[in-house]
Every structure is written in C-alpha cells, then in structure tokens.
Design a protein around this ligand. Structure first.
Ligand SMILES: *Cc1c(COP(=O)(O)O)cnc(C)c1O
Length: 397
C-alpha cells in the first residue's frame, strides 16, 4: 500500500490551508527548492556553458520524459519535455493531420479546454485548404467519428466538469474510421493510471505543473507512438529536433524518434524542479492513488450534498466516468469560491458557474475533506458568500 502520509510530508504546504487546487498548480515539493538552488549555484554558476554536457542538461528532456512515460503507460524513449502544452498540442495536431493528407476535419468536443480549440483553429487557418475544427457535445463524440475525420483531438478529463472520456473505446473508434488520435492528458497525468500504449493512442500531450507538481511555467510533454515516431513530420522544426543540431546544416532533417519533437533550448531550472517533483512518485502505486482519490471524491460529494442542497453536482458519480476533481454549480460560484479561499480552502472558480476542487491524495487526506466540507457548509448555510469583497474578479480566476 502506498504511504500517503509519507507523500504528504514531502510537500511544503502553508499552515492552515486546505489546498484543493493541485489540479491547477501543484504545491511545492520540499526538495525542489534545494534542487533548483543546486542547478543555479553548482551547475549554472560553476559549470556555465559546460553544464549542457557535464550536468546533463541536454538529456534532461528525455530522461524526465522516461519517468513521465512510466506514469502514463507509455513506452520508454517515446516522451519528451519542452515548451507549453498549447505548443505541444499544436505540434502533435500538425503532425497527425500531415499523416492523413486526404482528410480535412479535426473532431473535438465543446467541453475541451479553450486553448486546445484555439490552437486547432489557428492551425486550420494557417493550413487553409478546407481544414476545419468540428466540435460536438462530449457525449456525442463517438457517433460523430466518420471517415471525414483526420484527427480526433480530445482532453481525457474535462477541465470544468471532471467528466472522463473512454480513451480505449474512442481510440478504437477513431482507428476504425481511419482517423488518428491526439489525447490531452492535462488532467490525467498524475491524477489516475493512464494506459497510452495499451489504448493504442497515436499522440498525447500534457503539462507538468498540475498533478505532477513542477511549479508555475513547468514544461509540457509530448508522446508519439513508436509506430509513428520516425515518420511523424514536426511542423515546429526547431534546431534541437534536427538529426544533428550541432552540424548547423542549412537544411532540416528530423531527428530520430521522439527527439524530433524537441524545438528549442530546454528550460533547465524548471526541469530541475520537475526532477525533484518526480521523486515523490517513487513509492506511489497509481492504483492506490486512484482508489484514494475516488474515496476522497465520494466523501466530498456526500458531505457537500448533505449540507448544501443548492449546490448542483456537475461531475459524474460513476467512478470510471470522472477524473480526479469534483465540480458543483451555483449562480454565485465566484463569490462562494472567494469565501472559501478567505477561510483557507483553496479551489478554483471556472466560468460561468463552477466551483472546482481537485483531489490529489499525494497531499490531501480525509481530514482535509472534512474541513473543506465544514467550510462550504458554513458559507452556504449562513450566506457568507454574500459580501461585496467576494465579487471583485482578479485577473486570474
Ligand atoms: C491547463 C491546460 C492547458 C494549458 O496550456 P498551457 O499552454 O500549458 O498554458 C491546455 N489544455 C488543457 C486541457 C489544460 O487543462
């Protein structure tokens, strides 16, 4: 059994705060500050440019990619870190479209994260030639897959409601129609077991600053299935994806395998933080993590529903149909969340009316859920949200 009291002790959480927002920005692993300080002082400070070889900086995106591969059911050697999720999504999508040259449709759903939809729209505009993004309601995705679809682009767990797509079934359906798949694992990697290889996923992307705790601005990752790794053509053909970056040739030749998905200079300080953050996973069994997160979510839903009849559950109750977050709807969701935060229970508001909390057993336990439910019950039963101070919206919600 995974020792979640031990993993909780690996995080530096502020006293008195119940942090139900690890799905937006993971907390600080205790060893990260020292690891980053070492990268700054010993590596950058003392090795300077020699750090690229002597400190292994150039290999970090692949080395840490292998550690993430183990968390998402991917083959070792087929995940690399770099850039942001929006960029990695664009890259995966462009490569996938290129592999289905006679088709013009990207199929996604209306619950997808806007950045994914914006990137797809931008790519269609750049390609011209009839490329379109088609979105349908999440529950209608399966029936919308037909032989016009080049790429099925989905986020596995819906950022707003927590609803989870069936990756295996939808990948099978896409392949049956001759389409490829791009899976966004933003709310999957580190949240529950993912089985990319077993599902036959073609491309996948995800971020590390949510459930993987790499810190604000931590790099994204990209996976390309081994069967496509040497044929996928990168649209963002930067020098570090070249077969021989230091030959400085004038013509681009894609590097071997996943290396071709690298673009430019990797963010070494962020990767150092990620390296420390990934150590937390060493003793963690992902099936234990999933069971613990389901129990926390069940406890939270039961507690909130019993105390707050005005809050409407937006997340599926069925275990397999949800990720690791629970959302409730209310017309005053923004003010309610501000009142929660003022009382030390941090989640986030998602427009237009969602109170979203993430359940991350690495550092959240049953006692935290009891506390959160108590605070929400107090706010709802005594209308504590009805305070002008909780109406002012900050830039980041
Ligand atoms: C968090 C999130 C993003 C953010 O993309 P960045 O480029 O890292 O800012 C994109 N897509 C989904 C589905 C997300 O949940």
């Amino acid at each position: 059994m995974t020792d979640f009291a031990a993993t909780k002790a690996m995080f530096d959480l502020p006293q008195g705060m119940t942090y139900l927002d690890g799905n937006s920005l993971g907390p600080l692993p205790r060893t990260a500050a020292a690891r980053v300080a070492q990268a700054i002082t010993d590596e950058w400070g003392q090795m300077l440019i020699g750090g690229w070889n002597r400190a292994g900086w150039m290999d970090l995106p692949r080395k840490l990619g292998d550690r993430i591969a183990a968390l998402i059911g991917a083959e070792a050697g087929h995940v690399v870190l770099g850039d942001t999720l929006s960029i990695k999504l664009y890259q995966a999508l462009a490569s996938a479209l290129d592999m289905r040259p006679t088709r013009r449709v990207i199929l996604s759903d209306t619950g997808n994260f806007p950045s994914d939809l914006y990137m797809a729209t931008g790519l269609c505009r750049t390609l011209g030639d009839g490329y379109v993004l088609k979105t349908v309601a999440p529950e209608n995705v399966a029936e919308a897959i037909d032989d016009s679809v080049a790429v099925l682009m989905l986020t596995e767990a819906d950022y707003r409601t927590g609803r989870r797509h069936d990756m295996a079934a939808l990948t099978r359906a896409a392949h049956g129609a001759g389409a490829l798949t791009v899976w966004d694992l933003a709310h999957s990697a580190g949240a529950f077991p993912v089985h990319l290889a077993a599902c036959g996923a073609d491309f996948a992307v995800g971020c590390t600053y949510k459930y993987l705790n790499s810190g604000p601005g931590g790099p994204a990752f990209i996976y390309v299935a081994p069967r496509h790794a040497n044929t996928a053509r990168p649209a963002l053909s930067g020098w570090l994806g070249h077969e021989a970056p230091f030959a400085f040739d004038l013509d681009y030749r894609a590097g071997a395998g996943i290396d071709r998905m690298r673009v430019g200079t990797p963010p070494i300080l962020q990767l150092a933080a990620l390296e420390a953050a990934l150590d937390v996973w060493n003793g963690v069994d992902l099936n234990d993590l999933r069971a613990a997160s389901q129990a926390l979510m069940d406890q939270y839903i039961a507690g909130v529903e019993a105390a707050c009849p005005d809050l409407i559950l937006a997340t599926p109750r069925e275990h397999d149909a949800r990720g690791s977050q629970v959302s409730f709807r209310h017309s005053q969701a923004y003010a309610i969340m501000q009142a929660m935060i003022a009382r030390g229970v941090v989640g986030d508001f998602r427009a237009p009316d969602v109170i979203r909390c993430g359940f991350t057993p690495l550092f959240i336990d049953a006692g935290d859920v009891v506390r959160a439910v108590g605070v929400i019950a107090d706010i709802m039963q005594n209308q504590l949200w009805d305070n002008p101070a909780y109406q002012t919206r900050a830039k980041v919600t």
